[in-house]
Design a protein around this ligand. Structure first.
Ligand code: SAM
Length: 407
C-alpha cells in the first residue's frame, strides 16, 4: 500500500503524483492510498479530498468511459482547460490573454457515437466502459440532448436487427431540425427483408435519415442543419460542431475576428459552419477535403436568401495547401483544421500575410505549433477564447485571431 499526493492532472485526466504514479479519478492536492502496479494506482482510497471534488452528477460516471472529470467542480475543469491552452502556448514561448472558458451546458451534445452489440438476451447499447471493450448502457446520460438519450432504445433494436453475433455496431446519432440522423457502421449487409424492418423502425422512432454502411438506406425527410440563414443537409457522418452553444461561441468568435473583411477564405470549411454565416456580409471561398461536404455547403448556399457569393473547392490542404499567390486576394482567413493542425497551410498563410486570421482549434498542442509559425512571421495573437463542447472530458477547443501589419 502506498500513500501519495496528487500534483497535477495529466492530459487524459488522471491525477499524477511524484514517480510518476497515475491515479484515475483524483484531483491536485488530494492524498490517496492504494496498491501501485506498473506506475498506476487503479483503486485509490481518497484520504484527503480536494475542495474541488464533487459527487459525480451521473450515475454511470464510475464505469462509463464517456466522461473523465465528473468528480471535479465546473470552475476547476474550466480553469484546468484554460491552463492546458496557456501551457501549450508557453511551450513555444508565446504569451497570450486566455479568456474564461465557455462551457456548453449538460444535455447539449447533439451527436453521439453509441456502440451496440447483440447479447444472449437481446442487445445492449451505450458507451464503452473506461479503457475497455465492454459496453455500459447509459440510460439518462447527462451529456447528450434528451432526444439523443431516448434514441438508445432505437440503437439497441438496430443491433438486434443488424449486428452479427461477433461484431459491434457503431451508431452515430445526430439531432437535426427534421428528426434523428442515424449512420450505422459495422452491421450485417442489409437484404430486402432487413431493409423493410429498418424502414419500420425508422417510422416508429421518427428517424429522418438512416445510413447503413456506405449506403443511405432511407431518407424520410432530409436532416437539416441550420448554418446562419442556410439550411444544410450534411452527408451521413460528416463533421459538425458538437453542441449548438459551442458552435455559436465559435461562430461569434470568428465573426468578431473577421470583422468587416470583404473577401474571406474558409479553410477546412466542412459543410459551412463558418462560411455560410460569414456570407451574410462577405464573399467567401470555402475549401474542404471532402467532396460530399463541399456539395452540401454549395446546396445550402444556393437555397438561402440574401447571402453574398460563396465559391468552393474540394482540396487536400495537407498535401496541396492554398499558396501565397492564391491567398493574396483575401482580407481574412478562417482556418479550422482537424487534430493534426495545419502546418503546411499555416506556412503559406504566414508568407501571404493575410491581414486577419481566425484560427479555430480542437488540439492546443498542434495549434501552439502553428501559432509559433505565425508569430515568427510577425503576427500578433489576440485573446484566446477556450470553448468546451465536451464538458466533463479532457478535450478543449479554442478560437483566436492573429493580425499582422500589411506592407
Ligand atoms: C474540425 S473540422 C471543421 C469543419 C468546419 N470548419 C466546421 O466547423 O464544421 C475539420 C475539417 O477538415 C476536413 N479535413 C480533414 N483533413 C483535410 C485535408 N487534408 N484537407 C482538407 N480538409 C480536410 C474535415 O473533412 C473536416 O470537415
Amino acid at each position: 500500500m502506498e500513500r501519495v499526493t496528487i500534483e497535477r492532472l495529466g492530459h487524459q485526466g488522471d491525477g499524477i503524483a511524484a514517480g510518476p504514479v497515475y491515479v484515475p479519478g483524483t484531483l491536485p492536492g488530494e492524498v490517496v492510498e492504494g496498491e501501485v502496479d506498473g506506475g498506476v494506482m487503479a483503486q485509490p482510497r481518497i484520504a484527503t479530498p480536494s475542495d474541488m471534488r464533487v459527487k459525480p452528477p451521473c450515475r454511470h460516471a464510475k464505469s462509463c468511459g464517456g466522461c473523465q472529470l465528473q468528480h471535479a467542480r465546473d470552475d476547476f475543469t474550466a480553469g484546468w482547460k484554460e491552463g492546458v491552452v496557456r501551457q501549450a502556448l508557453a511551450a513555444h514561448g508565446i504569451e497570450a490573454e486566455i479568456l474564461p472558458c465557455l462551457t456548453s451546458p449538460a444535455r447539449s451534445r447533439r451527436r453521439a457515437a453509441f456502440s451496440a452489440t447483440r447479447t444472449k438476451k437481446g442487445a445492449l447499447a451505450g458507451f464503452h466502459m473506461k479503457r475497455s471493450d465492454v459496453i455500459v448502457p447509459v440510460g439518462g446520460c447527462l451529456l447528450v440532448e434528451p432526444r439523443l438519450a431516448s434514441a438508445l432504445e432505437l440503437v439497441e433494436t438496430l443491433a438486434s436487427v443488424g449486428a452479427s453475433r461477433k461484431s459491434e455496431l457503431s451508431v452515430l446519432v445526430t439531432t437535426s431540425a427534421t428528426g434523428l440522423d442515424v449512420a450505422v457502421t459495422g452491421g450485417k449487409e442489409a437484404d430486402p427483408e432487413m431493409q423493410e424492418t429498418l424502414a419500420r423502425l425508422c417510422r416508429a422512432h421518427d428517424v429522418a435519415r438512416l445510413a447503413w454502411g456506405e449506403d443511405v438506406t432511407l431518407t424520410r425527410r432530409p436532416p437539416i442543419q441550420r448554418m446562419g440563414r442556410a439550411e444544410v443537409v450534411p452527408p451521413p457522418g460528416a463533421f459538425l460542431q458538437a453542441t449548438p452553444q459551442g458552435e455559436a461561441a465559435l461562430v461569434d468568435g470568428v465573426r468578431a475576428i473577421v470583422g468587416d473583411a470583404a473577401h474571406v477564405v474558409d479553410l477546412f470549411a466542412g459543410c459551412g459552419t463558418f462560411a455560410l454565416p460569414l456570407a451574410e456580409t462577405a464573399r467567401v471561398h470555402a475549401v474542404e477535403g471532402d467532396k460530399a461536404m463541399v456539395a452540401a455547403l454549395d446546396k445550402g448556399w444556393r437555397g438561402a436568401e440574401g447571402l453574398r457569393h460563396v465559391t468552393h473547392e474540394a482540396r487536400d490542404l495537407f498535401r496541396n495547401p492554398l499558396l501565397v499567390e492564391d491567398l493574396k486576394r483575401f482580407d481574412a482567413a478562417v482556418i479550422d483544421p482537424p487534430r493534426a493542425g495545419a502546418e503546411a497551410q499555416i506556412a503559406e498563410l504566414a508568407r501571404a500575410r493575410v491581414p486577419r486570421i481566425a484560427y479555430v482549434s480542437c488540439n492546443p498542442v498542434t495549434f501552439a505549433r502553428d501559432a509559433a509559425t505565425l508569430v515568427s512571421a510577425g503576427y500578433r495573437p489576440g485573446p484566446v477564447q477556450p470553448v468546451d463542447q465536451f464538458r466533463w472530458s479532457t478535450h478543449v477547443e479554442l478560437v483566436v485571431g492573429f493580425t499582422c501589419d500589411t506592407a
